[in-house]
Ligand binder design. Structure first.
Ligand code: NAD
Ligand code: TYD
Length: 338
């Protein structure tokens, strides 16, 4: 079988390529990625020469690029990781998010229909549900929680989910959707909280914590996200949505302090900065459906996963420094000031 892995040069797609190429030598994985600021071929170096892996540069929102890759390879499965993925960037520049995340998904699904693809899997996010109040720890997102996205990023992801469900109902496209909580692990772009904090703490730079630091995220190691997607693509039912999470809720300030503890750095590096506009208070997933119906379980608790993640960031300084190019520095200046 041939799998098209879009966004496979990014954080989660890259980890998925590593995982799948190793686990399924009998299948061929074609990574299709536009190599935006977030895409990095160095992430794919360890598998680039494997016989069951091919890299193709292309844009999911460009119908010609997509048709070319479908025409060249007989694509049986599509797993769509490709997206603009950073909430803060979506606040600065929403248009690109709508183009890539919504129109790109439409272009891909049109190609799936034309080429009679077996399955289109949409990689989505818990952010489609909006946020939960901090004073109701009993509440969790289930697949039936009403959609209530708050940022341009989460609106674009919600729209893509709805479009995928419309393609399933209207055209009979075999579609599954996964909605995962915040990920962390190797190869994460250092604009996201955890790698940003590790990198800055290693350089003894101030650590920007938005608002009062009490916003809560539900953290899942990227390896567990990969095994969950694998379970859905191989065993999930068409037209179904699966929430993915491992009950690892942490306030941002506690995440930052944990990283400082692992690095043996002082809490005095923490600097409270202006809050993110519209900042979601709390995300928390109920993964009962994927656990009971597909037998999936995560292997990492946050405490178990954060230590090797910090170590990866220490051991892979070259990967991180190569990313910190002009584009990255421009964004950092725009977001955090000088
Ligand atoms: P990322 O930003 O690290 O990587 C995105 C990849 O998509 C990059 O390689 C980029 O080059 C590629 N890309 C962007 N636009 C493209 C286009 N038009 N055509 C082809 N490729 C394009 O993102 P990530 O954190 O790995 O997230 C992957 C997916 O998982 C996204 O759909 C995101 O919404 C979802 N998700 C992320 C998280 C998280 O915590 N990071 C949690 C839940 C869901
Ligand atoms: P982020 O990694 O951007 O993921 P998301 O917005 O998709 O949840 O941010 C995680 C949390 O950390 C979020 O509540 C915002 C907060 N945050 C900071 O406090 N400081 C920062 O510099 C960043 C990037 C995020």
């Amino acid at each position: 079988m041939n799998f098209l892995i879009t966004g496979g040069a990014g954080f989660i797609g890259g980890n998925y390529c590593h995982y799948a190429v190793e686990k399924y030598p009998q299948h061929h994985f074609i990574c299709f990625d536009a190599l935006t600021y977030a895409g990095n071929l160095e992430t794919l170096e360890p598998i680039m020469n494997k016989p069951n892996f091919t890299f193709v540069k292309g844009d999911i929102s460009n119908a010609e690029d997509v048709e070319n890759v479908f025409g060249k390879f007989d694509i049986h499965y599509v797993i769509n990781f490709a997206a603009e993925s950073h909430v803060d960037r979506s606040i600065l520049d929403p248009g690109l998010f709508l183009k890539t995340n919504i129109l790109g998904t439409q272009v891909l699904m049109d190609a799936c229909i034309r080429h009679k693809t077996i399955r289109f899997h949409q990689v989505s996010t818990d952010e489609v549900y909006g946020d939960l109040p901090l004073d109701r720890p009993d509440l969790l997102f289930t697949e039936k929680t009403p959609l209530n996205p708050s940022s341009p990023y989460s609106v674009s992801k919600t729209s893509a989910d709805l479009l995928a469900l419309a393609y399933h109902r209207t055209y009979g496209l075999n579609v599954t959707i996964s909605r995962c909580s915040n990920n962390y692990g190797p190869y994460q772009f250092p604009e996201k909280l955890i790698p940003l904090i590790i990198d800055r703490a290693l350089h003894n730079k101030p650590l920007p914590v938005y608002g009062n630091g009490l916003n809560v995220r539900d953290w899942l190691h990227v390896y567990d996200h990969c095994t969950a997607i694998d379970a859905i693509v191989t065993k999930g039912k068409t037209g179904e949505i699966y929430n993915i999470g491992g009950h690892n809720e942490r306030a941002n300030i506690d995440v930052v302090k944990t990283i400082l503890d692992v690095l043996d750095k002082p809490y005095s590096l923490i600097e409270y900065v202006k809050d993110r506009p519209g900042h979601d208070a709390r995300y928390a997933m109920d993964p009962t459906k994927i656990r009971t119906e597909l037998g999936w379980d995560p292997v990492y608790t946050f405490e178990k996963g954060i230590v090797p993640t910090v170590q990866w960031n220490i051991d892979n300084r070259k990967w991180i420094e190569n990313i910190q190019s002009g584009e990255y520095l421009n964004f950092m200046r725009r977001q955090y000031g000088d």
